[in-house]
Design a binder for this molecule. Sequence first.
Ligand code: CA
Length: 220
Amino acid sequence: MRILLVEDDALLGDGLRAGLMLDGYGVDWARDGEAARLAWLAEDYDACVLDLGLPRRDGLAVLKEVRAHGKRTPVLILTARDTTADKVAGLDAGADDYLLKPFELAELHARLRALLRRASGSAAPLLRHGDLALDPAARRVTLADATITLSAREYALLHDLITHPGHIRSRQELEGGLYAWGEEVESNTVEVYIHHLRKKIGADMIRTVRGLGYVLGESP
Ligand code: CA
């Protein structure tokens, strides 16, 4: 899962980025409105956490523009603007949810999970594929009710695959969910973690589609 984090406050942005990465998301952090606009138009993010008061370009203007370009990214607005008119303007500009500063990190994570869940077409908190179940709130994976212990990156890969049922995920797309901007990416990272995952959940669970990427196997 790749998140675009837009926040100009260095301290808050740094904390949010670290928290999101701990939760297994790949994070691109844009520190002003123009950087956010450029990144957003160039990439397909799974969600965007968007501050409104930003240097160079206001968050609402950025949101309106990317929506006009057909970007359907789920958006959680994060702001200190607390009037009803502000909330209405944010939601009408195409945001999906709204969180007021100051906020608890746990609430931000829960709202983000809810957005991602709905975006993947499921309102249920548990993501399932055959005997495999992934609980994003508890970060817990079970296979036929037995708990499987996964590393943060194995979990992130599986989460990506299970939220795109029936879609082949390219190596680049999967990689995007593992890293933040500026991090060194080893060329065979995805293959290595897929290999680890197959050992833990069964070789047939993840299918390789030669030249294209990976997809979860047929649900039994
Ligand atoms: Ca701000």
